[in-house]
Structure formats: C-alpha cells, structure tokens
Design a protein around this ligand. Sequence first.
Ligand code: ZN
Ligand code: ZN
Ligand code: ZN
Length: 342
Amino acid sequence: MPDDQPTPTPVKRGLVSRTSPRAVSAAVAPTPLTEQDLSSLAPDRTEAEVEALLCALRAAPGLWLAQETLQRLITDTSSFVDGYSRALHLIERRTVHAHLAPASSRRAGPVQPLPSPAHLDPWSCDPTGIEDDSRVISVCPTCNGSEHVACGRCSGSARVSCGNCWGAGRVPGKRGTKNCGACRGAGTQRCGACSSGRVPCGPCGATGRVQAWLSISQARLPQVLVHPMGAAALVHERVKSPTDFDAGPNAWVNELISDTGDQAPYGELPSELEPELNPVTDRVLVTRLQSFSSRVHQFSYRAAGMTGIIDVAGSPPAVSRSTNWRPLRIRQITAAATAAWA
Ligand SMILES: [Zn+2]
Ligand SMILES: [Zn+2]
Ligand SMILES: [Zn+2]
C-alpha cells in the first residue's frame, strides 16, 4: 500500500459494504495488475483462466479494484464451450417499375389498358424482355386523351389576381382610393400562361396517347443472420458483416468449425437463420453457413448486493458484451459517495 494512502475512516452503517474504504483507496492509487500477481493470488487457476481474468480486470469500467477486493468479489469461476452459427444469404430482389412516354402521334394505336406493376410477378417473366413484351399504346392517364389539362397558374379559370392592386381592384389616389388602371377595378387579369384556362398535356406531349411499359430492376442483397448470439458470438466483432465470411482464421477470434461455402438455398434451417424475404420480390440465390466455437471463461461476482457475470471469450481473450458490469458500477458509485462523506 502507498504511504500517502488516507487512513480508512469508519463508514456510516448500512450505507455501503464493508469493503468500500479499500476499494476507494485502490481508485486513488491504482496498482497495475500483472499476470504474475494474479497467479500468486490464485494459484489454483489455469493459465487460460488467469489470462481471461486479467482481461476482465483491464476492461472493468471506471476504477481499478484492489486485487484482494477483486478476489473477494469473485464468487465463482466456470468455463464452457459456446458455439454459434451464421448464415449468409445472397438475395435477389426484383422490383417492377412503370414507365410512360408520349406516343408518336395522335392516331397511335390501337389503345390498350395501362400495364399494372402490381399484377406482374417479377419472378415469372424474363427481366430483359419485359420492356418489349409489356409495351402498349394507351390513352393518356393525365389528360384522359383530351391532349390538354387545366392551367396550373390560374387553376383553369383563365384569370389571375391583378399584380398592380394585389387583387383589391383599387389603388391609392390623390383623394382616397381609385380604380386600378391595370385591371379596371376588376382585381383580376387574364392569365398569360394558358389559353382559356387550358395548357398542352406534358406526359403525352399533347397527343392524348402514351407509350406505356414495365421494367424490372434486379438488386443483389446479402443478408447475415447469427444464432445464438451468446458470449462467443458477441466477441466476434464483424460477425454480421458479409465480407467477414472470407476474412479467414487469422481475422477471427473464435475457431471455425465448419463452412459450407455457397450452396443452393437450404430447405431446413433453424428459424433464427432463415432470411427475411418479401415473398413477391425476393428470392434466395445461394446460402453459406459457418459455425464457430470458443471457450468462455465466466466469472461470477457479488457487488452491491447483486450478482454480476463477466464473460471472457475468444483468442486473444476479450470481454464479451454479454458481461453485466452493473453491480460493479453501482458498488463504485456507492464507494465514491462514501469517500466524499468520510
Ligand atoms: Zn395527356
Ligand atoms: Zn392559366
Ligand atoms: Zn388591378
């Protein structure tokens, strides 16, 4: 213990655990832990356990714990083999699009109903031939074949608000107000953007007819599913990345048990590894399955009246996100509060 360490002060009863003053001291003067320290503290632990424990301590949030305190906190040590699988599905998504273009002339025909994207199964037709196969001449849906539509500026009324009097019809004069000269008091002027409130229809080029056709776009979407998401899978950093399937053993912290390579879609998969598909647009092209395993060192500890679990997995060992640091955090907050009181 360092010389400048404050003398432990008796704490108020019932507020904190009896080990608190020691933990606070450790926070003030942290002692770096070495593998040797731990080996001497826990001679019955295996090398792998000591390495895992050291890893757990380095990752502990906030404060370093005194070694003796830590030894007291840990109530149980166990290890088990944790396995998990992941599936990479390559999915093709086919989306149907509708297109319109002006017909070549007013007399183009014969006219047929517009092709409907909703009624085309993108998986029962040839995506490359669909544009020609579906092409028809139709009555323009915008103007209903009339070649003209209502003017957007005047809403088809052929008149717009007068810009000189802002639609009031009157303007300031020498004695009060007088009739607006621009609109002769009417407040409106003839719309300059149209003829009698109508303008040529854009979508059909004022022919009243359109060419209509469908197209199909194809997209390749990788989808990764992992199961079960336990301590081992949670230390596998890019476990959900499609490119990680080819990363290789040097990049993986856990041991590869099996790899099917790209295969025709599986008939039987655990439901957790089944891809999420839109039944109309999506089909699985190939599926690849990989299985991994790792020994997980699990340390149970007791703090703040609760039990927490520290999971260490992988090689090199890492603290898994399945770890529960909460009891330790609460204990540290309580210890810090006590230090402030003392
Ligand atoms: Zn039209
Ligand atoms: Zn107009
Ligand atoms: Zn006016």
